[in-house]
Design a protein around this ligand. Structure first.
Ligand SMILES: C[S@@+](CC[C@H](N)C(=O)[O-])C[C@H]1O[C@@H](n2cnc3c(N)ncnc32)[C@H](O)[C@@H]1O
Length: 220
């Protein structure tokens, strides 16, 4: 078990941009893997419309932000990995999308480069990114993010989260892309639900696996 270090995580993902995917490759012919199911379900649960302004936190190389930009009015992707953001900008340019922007920003400091209060953010997405923060920072970040969200608004988190004792599933850590505490600090689903309920959200949870789920938090 190591400590949270934002710069180390940024370096890790900067170096990963050379490989194709930050969530691993899927073997041809295999079933859709669990992290991919979580991404897909999280994306569906956003229920995006042409009126939405989406903030994608920990956007990585921007695949979900770009997919969302095909529907939303505006998409903003933030991340701590500058190389990932560069890749995301290239992809958006290749698709001629002018309603998606990628800027440096962290869960703890979402407005580091861009004043997000100037946007009427209606949806927030975090896929396989929040688990990098330890519990207390997650709680503080969820408060910060909930304050950026317009009402009514929705936040969707698809991530590693513990529904059961993780030790029972040690053999599946790799498949869930969980590094057992090197840069990953997943919380229990109860903790995440409590954090969101404390800031006034109505919370629904979809379990994908005992270690992975999707949380849908509605703010009226
Ligand atoms: C596994 S990737 C997921 C990327 C993307 N959400 C996806 O589903 O393809 C995790 C991303 O979270 C980002 N990340 C880690 N810690 C972060 C933080 N404190 N604030 C913002 N992004 C962070 C990493 O840089 C990385 O790009």
């Amino acid at each position: 078990m190591s400590k949270y270090d934002r710069k180390r995580i940024a370096r890790l993902f900067d170096n990963m941009t050379d490989t194709k995917s930050t969530k691993g490759e899927q073997t041809a012919g295999s079933d859709e893997d669990i992290p991919r199911v979580a991404s897909r379900v999280a994306f569906e649960q956003l229920e995006l419309t042409g009126e939405d302004v989406l903030l994608d936190v920990g956007t990585g190389t921007g695949d979900m932000a770009i997919a969302a930009a095909r529907t939303c009015r505006q998409v903003i992707g933030i991340d701590v990995s500058k190389r990932s953001l560069e890749q995301a900008r290239i992809k958006a340019e290749q698709e001629n999308l002018d309603n998606v922007i990628f800027v440096y920003g962290a869960f703890e400091e979402p407005c580091a480069e861009l004043d997000l209060t100037l946007y009427c953010i209606t949806k927030i997405l975090a896929v396989y990114s929040l688990h990098h923060l330890p519990d207390q920072l997650k709680k503080e970040s969820l408060i910060t993010l909930s304050n950026l969200l317009h009402r009514p608004g929705r936040m969707v988190i698809g991530d590693i989260m513990f529904f059961e004792d993780p030790d029972k599933f040690r053999e599946e850590f790799d498949k869930m892309h969980y590094d057992a505490g090197y840069t990953d600090f997943p919380s229990s689903v109860e903790y995440l639900t409590e954090c969101l309920e404390q800031v006034g959200a109505k919370v629904h949870v979809k379990q994908i696996h005992p270690l992975v789920g999707v949380i849908i938090a509605d703010f009226a």
